[in-house]
Design a binder for this molecule. Structure first.
Ligand code: MG
Length: 203
C-alpha cells in the first residue's frame, strides 16, 4: 500500500507557510513504514528540533483504479478518518531552500498517524465535514472539508493520472491553518464531526 499526501490544499495554510496557492494539487508520498496506528505514540525523532503536527482528513481506497474521472471518483473510496502528517519542519525548510525532495522531512517512520476509519454512509456529506485537532485538550486546528482547494474527487482524478490507486491506499488531503511545533509528552486528539477518531502521544 501507499500513502499519497496533498500539500497546500487549504489557502490559509499555504499562506501561513508563505507558499503560493497551487494551480494543481501538490502531491508527495509516504511509505507503509510511516503508518502509525492503534493510538501508538510517536517517539520524537532525533534528526529534528522542530517536529510539527498537520491534522488532515484521510480517505481509504476501496477499489483499484487508474485514470479515474472526477465524477466517478466517489465510487473508489468508502471510509474516512483523520490523520497527522508529522513533519520535521526544520528539515523540510532546508530541503525547500535547496529544491530537494521532502521525504526526509515527511516520510520517516511514524510520520503518518492514522485514526479509526468510519464507513462513508449515504447521509455523510464528505465535502461538508468539520474536524478539529486538540493538543493537551486545547484546540489547535479547526478545518472544514469545503475549504479544500482541490476536493477529494479532484485529488483522486489527478493522482490516478500518475499512479494506479489500489485498495487500501490512503490519501491525506492536506491540512488547514494552525500547524505548529510539538514537544515530548504532548497528547494529540482528532475529532471528526465531534467524534474522536484519533489519539497519539509524543514520547
Ligand atoms: Mg500535510
Amino acid at each position: 500500500m501507499k500513502i499519497i499526501c496533498v500539500g497546500r490544499n487549504y489557502a490559509e495554510h499555504a499562506k501561513e507557510l508563505n507558499n503560493d496557492v497551487p494551480k494543481e494539487p501538490v502531491l508527495f508520498m509516504k511509505p507503509k513504514t510511516a503508518m502509525l496506528i492503534d493510538n501508538k505514540p510517536l517517539y520524537y525523532p532525533e534528526f529534528t528540533n522542530d517536529l510539527h503536527y498537520e491534522c488532515e482528513l484521510v480517505i481509504r481506497m476501496s477499489k483499484n483504479g487508474k485514470h479515474i474521472k472526477q465524477k466517478f471518483a466517489h465510487k473508489y473510496y468508502n471510509s474516512v478518518t483523520l490523520g497527522i502528517d508529522f513533519t520535521a519542519r526544520d528539515v523540510q525548510q532546508k530541503q525547500k531552500e535547496k529544491g530537494l525532495p521532502w521525504e526526509l522531512a515527511k516520510a520517516f517512520d511514524g510520520s503518518a498517524a492514522v485514526g479509526t476509519f468510519l464507513p462513508i454512509t449515504d447521509s455523510m456529506k464528505i465535502m461538508d465535514m468539520n474536524f478539529e485537532l486538540k493538543i493537551n485538550k486545547e484546540t489547535k486546528q479547526v478545518g472544514h472539508t469545503r475549504d479544500m482547494i482541490f476536493n477529494i474527487d479532484r485529488i483522486i482524478e489527478y493522482a490516478s493520472q500518475f499512479f494506479t490507486l489500489n485498495i487500501g491506499d490512503l490519501i491525506f488531503t492536506g491540512t488547514p491553518s494552525g500547524v505548529g511545533p510539538l514537544s515530548i509528552d504532548d497528547l494529540l486528539e482528532g475529532y471528526l464531526e465531534g467524534n474522536k477518531v484519533l489519539e497519539c502521544a509524543i514520547k
